[in-house]
Every structure is written in structure tokens, then in C-alpha cells.
Design a protein around this ligand. Structure first.
Ligand code: ZN
Length: 382
């Protein structure tokens, strides 16, 4: 299943070194030193999760910026078929180099970054409330200094009823020629979602926590009775990217289910993985994808929203597909059928579903880095 290349049928894939060498109906297995039989399973490009928190460290006040709320990616990505993540706002321009040296350059997962518009990154309050530390010029300068790593700019958690924080964010995005991602924070009364979508953000900019909000000083995309707000479809048509960013408390079935019924599908499926969300309703990328499968999106739509679309959103067209000569990042997964429960928030609400996506095997740059059931291993007594 390779949405970029419109492939959704049984095929053979040959890997040479770290690249895809060939994709066709049948490839002579005699040409290969190793064969992985994926009969009965699905094969797709390595998943691209554009909302995670991986700037972990030992700063006891650091939170998502060198602190305890962020997580080492590999154990939370590769087992679930995720080969690329985007740390969204853990670091700002002041501490990006620390993030790069401490995490990006040391892990197996491909870690990209959106710089926080706050120079100190996501250290929580009061740092994230400091408009004076939101410097578009410095943010853009550091983004341009590390174009291989930095793919966007992030705003998060800002509380206050004004637009300065969004204006500075977009200014940084314009100066560095990269998209921005908005976690809309909170305001009392809430800021207008319509103004954000239709006037402030540019086509290609990302609104994360699309099924969150409501009750947190932030409007949800549906009203309290589940009616889609009138401007939401127009915003998506205008090119605003609707990102899931499930997280700990940023996804509600009471928003997602009616929104899907009224024709709104997320452009990108992402986890917002951090120490808390991996232990509550979010769990992992496959669990979030499974929720959307059970809410009626097709498997092909879900894989598209987890591979080729996010790769395009972050301007990394070399990722998220299995074209010849592409980097060999591959996920092999199963869709289990049974009676499964899917929770939200800390497990308060539950949706039952028949399907569960379970990743079997992950290839990162041509190497098997995860093999759940020993697909690549010989029997112990042979
Ligand atoms: Zn987040």
C-alpha cells in the first residue's frame, strides 16, 4: 500500500543497501540474500508522525524541553512502524543545538523538529507565556541554519486573548519559508477559530489537536451538540492542515465522530506522544490509526494520512513512499479482527471497535529494526 504511487495490491519489494531497489508484481527471490514473506499482511512506507515530544533529558524543570515529560523516541516509534517523527516545539532557537546533540543525532528514529516560537522551548509555564521570548528573527535564523533537521515552527499552550503570539509564529514561518503548527492554547473568552483558520494561518499551516478543544478556553470544531462549525470545511479547502495530535487530553470521540460523519477527515494522523499520552488513551500510533479505522476511514486513507500526506506537509517529499531509489523505510502490519476497546483522555470514555492495527515488522533505512513475531528468524531447532 503506497499511496503516493497509487499502489494498493500484492507486490514484491526489493531492497538494496538503504534504498528501495525495485517494486513489481514478482521479483525472483533467488536474486536476494534474504527474503521476508509478508503474505497475508499489509506493507506500507515507514509511518511519519508529525507531532511528538522527544527532547528528553534531566532538567527537572524542563518538561518537554530537556525534561521528564518528553520520551526517547525509539521504543515508542519503531515497534509501531513509525520511522520518522517531528518533535513539535520541544526546543526553541536557544536550545535546539542541545536537542540535536542529545537526541536527534543519537537515536535510530529519524527525528525532525519544529522549533518552538518561544526561544526556551516547551518548558511549561511561565516560559511559554513570555511574548518577549517569541523572536521570529532568531527562530528563522536557527531554522535556516539547520534545514536538514528543522521543518516548521510551533506555538503551544499560550494563554491570553490576543493575536500577537500567532502573528509572531507566522512571521517566523514566513522568514524561514516553513509551515507553522498551532496548539491554540487557551483564552477567556476563547479566540475565534474562524479568524485563525481564515485570516491568520497560511495554506499549508497546521492546526493540531483538531478533535480537541471545547471546555479548555478553546473552541472545538463542532458545537456542544456536535454540529460542525460553518467555516471548518472552508478552512480545510483553503489548505489548513488538520492534524490529529491525539495527546493526553486533546482528542474527544464526541468531536471526532460527528466531525467525521459531517465529512471532515484529518489530513494527518499523529500521536502527540509524551510520557503521559503513551500511558493513557493515545498509547501509540497504531492505536490512533485503529480509532480512525473503526470510525469509518478506509485503511488506504489512514495510511495516506500517516505517510505521504505528512511527508508533503513538512516538505520532505523524499519520505513517506516506496518509489524506486527512495529510502527503504517500511512497515509491515496486520489488521486484527475482534472486540477491542479504545479509550480517550485517561480512560474515561471508550469506543468499541472490530479492528486493530498491529505492526509486525519495521525496516529503517534498509535494516530490520523491529520484528514482533520473528518473521525474519529461522526456527530455533532448524
Ligand atoms: Zn504536543
Amino acid at each position: 500500500m503506497d499511496p503516493k504511487n497509487n499502489i494498493d495490491e500484492p507486490m514484491d519489494i526489493a531492497i538494496k543497501g538503504d534504498k528501495i531497489a525495485l517494486v513489481q508484481k514478482s521479483i525472483d527471490s533467488g536474486l536476494s540474500t534474504q527474503v521476508i514473506d509478508a503474505t497475508g499482511l499489509y506493507v506500507c512506507p515507514g509511518l511519519v508522525d508529525i507531532h511528538t515530544h522527544n527532547f528528553y533529558g534531566l532538567d527537572r524543570y524542563g518538561q518537554y524541553s530537556g525534561g521528564y515529560s518528553a520520551i526517547h523516541p525509539d521504543g515508542f516509534t519503531l515497534p509501531y512502524g513509525v520511522t520518522t517523527v517531528v518533535d513539535t516545539g520541544g526546543s526553541g532557537w536557544r536550545d535546539f543545538v542541545q536537542f540535536k546533540e542529545q537526541v536527534i543525532d543519537r537515536v535510530q528514529t529519524r527525528v525532525l523538529a519544529m522549533l518552538n516560537i518561544v526561544g526556551h522551548g516547551m518548558k511549561g509555564s511561565p516560559y511559554e507565556q513570555n511574548l518577549n521570548d517569541m523572536d521570529p528573527k532568531m527562530t528563522a535564523l536557527v531554522a535556516r541554519q539547520f534545514p536538514d533537521d528543522i521543518v516548521g515552527v510551533k506555538l503551544a499552550h499560550y494563554a491570553g486573548h490576543q493575536w500577537e503570539q500567532v502573528d509572531r509564529l507566522v512571521e517566523a514561518g514566513e522568514m524561514a519559508n516553513i509551515p507553522v503548527m498551532v496548539d491554540f492554547g487557551g483564552a477567556n473568552p476563547p479566540l475565534s477559530l474562524e479568524t485563525l483558520f481564515m485570516e491568520k494561518l497560511r495554506p499549508g499551516d497546521i492546526y493540531t489537536h483538531i478533535f480537541g478543544g471545547g471546555g479548555f478556553g478553546r473552541q472545538a470544531i463542532v458545537t456542544p451538540v456536535g454540529t460542525l462549525r460553518p467555516f471548518v470545511k472552508a478552512a480545510q479547502e483553503r489548505g489548513i492542515v488538520f492534524d490529529v495530535g491525539h495527546g493526553g487530553s486533546s482528542f474527544a470521540f464526541k468531536h471526532a465522530i460527528p466531525a467525521l460523519e459531517q465529512g471532515i477527515k484529518p489530513n494527518t494522523i499523529s500521536t502527540d506522544s509524551h510520557m503521559n499520552s503513551v500511558m493513557s488513551g493515545m498509547k501509540n500510533m497504531n492505536n490512533v490509526m485503529s480509532k480512525f479505522l473503526n470510525m469509518g476511514m478506509t485503511l488506504n486513507e489512514i495510511i495516506t494520512a500517516s505517510t505521504w500526506t505528512p511527508a508533503q506537509v513538512i516538505n520532505r517529499p523524499e519520505l513517506g513512499h516506496m518509489s524506486q531509489e527512495a529510502i527503504a523505510d517500511i512497515a509491515i502490519f496486520n489488521v486484527l479482527e475482534g472486540n477491542f476497546g479504545f479509550t480517550e483522555k485517561t480512560g474515561v470514555g471508550k469506543m468499541m471497535g472490530k479492528y486493530k492495527i498491529e505492526n509486525e515488522l519495521t525496516v529503517r533505512s534498509g535494516k530490520v529494526v523491529w520484528d514482533l513475531n520473528g518473521l525474519t528468524a529461522p526456527l530455533w531447532n532448524e
